[in-house]
Design a protein around this ligand. Structure first.
Ligand code: AMP
Ligand code: MG
Length: 468
């Protein structure tokens, strides 16, 4: 039985709308463990396909498309909203949402659909992030719709992804009402967000609640993005409409993981300026937080100058605290004491060494134990390596700490593309195998060893596409 809290908010927050009809839904991927955790019971695959494509509604479903705005590549767009997603309701306090389930009033020029490739991609990457211990939306299923969708490269099979989220509230949800000068809605949204995601905030005065929310939100964003750095994750479209108020990773589009280390690496075909490059992500998180702060200004004080001063105070140390979060991430990856700022040079030197020699980011860290024990096989031997090694050994690195944060298996771009190619040709066995390997990123079973390997030269992926 689904429950609802979002529909208690006024009707201008969403549109009530049902998923479209699809000719022949067929189950492609199903996360049975997650279904069990949620207490969802189905009698057979056909039923799963019907329900998780929105053809049969679960008891209590009240499908809606949510309204939101967003700053896309720095430019404000006043109306975005769920143009191809339907929120069916909540289960165990999580949003159950279909993506690719048809048009809504927010679809603008879009067809409301998703090709199977991006649906599989989001399924694999979000589940990999979860296994890596990084806050994220979860994926329950991919169901092929039985119809084709038309994109740049011609027709592709259509699919619907079902995902679960602490909520789908975004910075863009606040921007939507801020842009419309709808203070009543902003206040309701603030209280809804606090109740759902930040129950620890108990200030009775609205301005204090807002400032507390701003600080708590900023902390979650910083913690999240620092974790992205740690696994070499590049979100690819950190627009404010993809920035979750709950502080989790959402809206996987042209996201990618680093193979060889390059600090300003960009994969996304639409990110021409490198705005969302790997090494820019923390600065962008900060930019997004200021967009959120902007929306709170009218709630903090009538005098906008006073509001701005209070926001400034609340975020005074954001840049330095975010820089230290990144430092802590890499200190942990090298097994060093987090609080020791003397490790900074060691970290910078090691990253520069990886980048100079185009060494694989993931393997560069997961092979450190071998390096320590004298096996330099993976590394390019030179004086930089020797200098790093000597200084690093002096610090007596903590290997048990390193083993928890240096994964061996990540969803590598070339492997994702390979399994999607197979799926497009009707063979989902490789996707299932890759998903299995991604479930335990820190310990690899012998039959999954090949998922550790970086791409050969002819397998390298240079660009990723949002595929919408
Ligand atoms: P995304 O890049 O998936 O975060 O989407 C950005 C905005 O475009 C959101 O408002 C989506 O709902 C909308 N959108 C993306 N693809 C489609 C589509 N095929 N049909 C309708 N709306 C879409
Ligand atoms: Mg989005």
């Amino acid at each position: 039985m689904l429950t609802h809290s979002y529909t208690d908010l006024p009707e201008r927050f969403y549109q009530r709308t049902n998923p479209e009809r699809f000719p022949a839904p067929e189950l492609v991927l199903f996360n049975a463990d997650l279904a069990e955790e949620l207490g969802l019971v189905f009698s057979n695959e056909a039923e799963i396909a019907q329900v998780l494509s929105g053809q049969t509604l679960l008891p209590g479903s009240e499908p809606i498309a949510q309204a939101y705005a967003g700053s896309q590549f720095g430019h404000f767009v006043p109306q975005l909203g769920d143009g191809r997603a339907h929120l069916l309701g909540e289960i165990k306090d999580l949003d159950l949402q279909l993506k690719g389930s048809g048009r809504t009033k927010f679809s603008r020029g879009g067809d409301g659909r998703s090709p199977i490739g991006p649906a599989i991609r989001e399924f694999l990457v979000s589940e990999a992030m979860h296994a890596l211990g990084i806050p994220t939306s979860r994926s329950l299923s991919v169901v092929a719709t039985g119809e084709m969708v038309y994109r740049q490269d011609g027709p592709e099979p259509g699919a619907i992804l079902t995902r679960l989220c602490e909520s789908h509230l975004r910075v863009g949800t606040f921007q939507y009402f801020h842009h419309r000068d709808d203070l009543q809605a902003l206040e309701l949204l603030c209280d809804y967000t606090i109740k759902r995601h930040y129950p620890e905030i108990a200030c009775s005065e609205l301005p204090d609640r807002c400032l507390e929310l701003l600080r708590a939100f900023a902390k979650r964003q910083g913690d999240l993005v620092a974790q992205w750095y740690g696994v070499g994750f590049i979100h690819g479209v950190m627009n404010t409409d993809n920035c979750s108020m709950a502080g989790i990773t959402i809206d996987y589009g042209p996201c990618a993981f680093l193979d060889d280390f390059k600090f300003m690496k960009v994969f996304s075909s639409i990110d021409q300026q490198g705005r969302y490059a790997y090494g820019n992500q923390m600065a962008i998180a900060e930019w997004n937080i200021y967009c959120f702060a902007d929306c709170l200004l009218p709630l903090i004080a009538d005098d906008q100058k006073l509001s701005a001063t209070k926001v400034k105070e609340a975020l005074a140390d954001i840049s330095s605290s975010f820089a230290s979060l990144i430092h802590q991430t890499f200190a942990r990856k090298l097994g060093l004491a987090e609080s020791d700022s003397s490790s900074e040079t060691l970290i910078t030197d090691f990253l520069r060494y990886l980048e100079t020699h185009s060494l694989d980011f993931t393997l560069g860290f997961s092979n450190l134990r071998n390096l320590y024990e004298g096996d330099k096989g993976f590394y390019t031997e030179n004086s930089d390596l020797e200098s790093f090694l000597a200084r690093w050994k002096d610090q007596a690195p903590d290997f048990s700490q390193m083993d928890q944060v240096n994964p061996k298996v990540i969803p590598r771009n070339h492997q994702i593309e390979r399994v999607i190619d197979h799926a497009n040709n009707g063979d989902c066995e490789p996707v299932a195998e890759m998903w299995e390997a991604l479930k335990s990123p820190y310990t690899v079973s012998t039959n999954h060893q090949h998922f550790i390997d970086p791409p050969d030269l002819d397998e390298q992926v240079y660009q990723t596409f949002c595929g919408t």
